[in-house]
Design a protein around this ligand. Structure first.
Ligand code: BES
Ligand code: MG
Ligand code: ZN
Length: 498
């Protein structure tokens, strides 16, 4: 889809459909909606009067221009109550309108800047949100559908109408980078496990590195042994697919220091291993590398936005499968930082591979670490699929991550890291064990990870609930969400700004 800016009046644009807005509780069409209303002989004001148009958020009303406008259709898109409008609502509303119009066979759209000036929403932020909303909301994963239905449709062009063309173009470019990065992560997560193996994840990373000028390094099993990565080696030993430890680096300033490490869980399929999962919903576990995908995709955005900061992604990638060579409950392994781990449940594998990756990031003296992982079903039980769980050893850093998440519309909610939780992962035979008791599973998992970051300021995001969604809603489409790519990009940009 091409997204462009124009200063032309929306009433004169020849396109499939134009989008204008209406707010709840407003009696008369305003702005561009008023201009269109006049040309259409009061069609919009009549619908408002008859309460057919209420202006509720995401409300879509389709009108035909009957030859009175160069555009064939008009959508009046509700933006809800003016006082309650947010950037994230703009993102969602535009997505809904774009998907709706695609379903109607429309291939080009022009829209006013939704929400501009309302509730102090800046023009550039509204335009960026519209760009993100359109690109995220129109995302599809149809690579394996061989029947090319010509009625599925595609929006080929979105024109955003604004006064300052340069400013609008800049905001479009930024939104495009953000949405594209999130869609890269979605693509990787939506791929089935038989394609997205650890080797393929490494190859995809190589392709992205080449495209965006990033430095990539892939560690193989021999190197993992040399480094003492007992967690990653242990989890991978039941699988026929060789594990890969993927390291992708963005350098925004002259120095070999790592200012921020992004550590992402890269389990390309989680069967649970010998502690095998029930078959119901097991297919969802192809997405157990969503944290890794997010870390990698974030760097493609940084490579284009060029903040003056060094960020490295560390992604341990492996399958977790049962076999005659698989790890067994009761096995004791040793992580890269030397700590021994009693593996009481082979399905708590994410923390084992992250133990090595966090140790490695700490050893490389990363100044701060954010890890992202589809770590625990418990987190999804606690918070649902609306927000990610956030944990830290550094409150100031966490507050910044949560703020970045809110800006992205990818909210995160802090859960406690009280010392008292530590006792549940005490082992009788090793330094630590990989499961707690029945309760507070997301927290005991985070307490486990904390053992491997040394004293580095660290935030852990548990995205078990937020990495995928079961229905199209706003700018999310069924399948992978791309969470928290835009959060991570926002966080990095905010770090450099100050
Ligand atoms: N990948 C899962 C967590 C998960 C569950 C992600 C549901 C997304 C949706 C993780 O490896 C896992 O299996 N965790 C176990 C831990 C338990 C054995 C302590 C869990 O949450 O059940
Ligand atoms: Mg598991
Ligand atoms: Zn897992």
């Amino acid at each position: 889809m091409e997204i462009k800016a124009t200063t032309d009046n929306i009433t004169g644009i020849k396109t499939g459909a134009i989008i204008v807005n209406h707010f709840e509780g407003v009696k008369q069409p305003e702005g561009a909606a008023a201009d269109i209303d006049k040309i259409l002989g009061g069609a919009i004001s009549n619908l408002i009067k008859q309460k057919d148009i209420k202006g509720k958020i995401n409300e879509i009303t389709l009108l035909h221009s009957m030859g009175k406008l160069p555009a064939s259709k008009v959508v009046v898109l509700g933006l809800g109550n003016k006082k309650e409008l947010t950037i994230n609502k703009v993102r969602g509303a535009i997505a809904e309108a774009c998907r709706y119009l695609r379903g109607k066979g429309v291939s080009s759209i022009a829209s006013v800047i939704a929400g501009e000036g309302i509730n102090k929403i800046k023009t550039e932020d509204a335009v960026q949100a519209m760009t993100e909303g359109a690109m995220l909301g129109l995302y599809t994963f149809r690579r394996y559908i061989t029947k090319k239905e010509n009625n599925f449709g595609e929006i080929k062009e979105l024109t955003i109408v604004g006064k300052e063309k340069k400013q609008v173009e800049k905001a479009i470019a930024r939104g495009k980078i953000m949405a594209e990065a999130a869609n890269y992560a979605r693509d990787m997560v939506n791929e089935p496990g038989n394609f997205m193996t650890p080797t393929q994840m490494a190859n995809t990373t190589r392709q992205l590195a080449k495209k965006y000028g990033l430095k990539v390094e892939i560690l193989d099993r021999a190197k993992m042994k040399e480094l003492g990565m007992g967690g990653l080696l242990g989890v991978s030993q039941g699988s026929q697919q060789p594990p890969k430890f993927i390291i992708l680096t963005y350098k925004g300033r002259e120095s070999s220091e790592i200012d921020l490490a992004l550590v992402g869980k890269g389990i390309t399929f989680d069967s649970g291993g010998i502690s095998i999962k029930p078959s119901e919903n097991m297919a969802d576990m192809k997405g157990d590398m969503a944290g890794g995908a997010a870390a990698l995709a974030t760097l493609t955005a940084l490579a284009q936005l060029k903040p003056k900061i060094n960020v490295t992604a560390f992604v341990p990638a492996t399958e977790n499968l049962p076999s005659g060579t698989a790890m067994k409950p009761g096995d004791i392994i040793s992580a890269m930082n030397g700590k021994t781990i009693e593996v009481l449940n082979t399905d708590a594998e994410g923390r084992l591979i992250l133990a090595d990756a966090l140790s490695y990031a700490a050893k490389r003296k990363a100044k701060a670490i954010i890890d992202v992982a589809t770590l625990t079903g418990a987190c999804q039980i606690a918070l649902g699929k609306i927000c990610s769980g956030a944990f830290t050893n550094n409150q100031i850093m966490l507050d910044k991550v949560v703020a970045a998440a809110n800006d992205a519309g990818e909210s995160a909610w802090q859960l406690p890291m009280f010392e008292e939780y530590r006792e549940f992962i005490k082992s009788d035979v090793a330094d630590i064990k990989n499961i707690g008791n029945r309760y507070g599973g997301a927290i005991t998992a985070a307490k486990f990870l904390e053992e491997f970051v040394d004293k580095t300021p660290w935030v852990h995001l548990d995205i078990a609930g937020t990495a995928d969604t079961d229905k199209d809603k706003g700018y999310l489409v069924k399948g992978a969400t791309g969470v928290p790519v835009r959060t991570l990009v926002n966080f990095v940009l905010a770090q450099v700004k100050k």
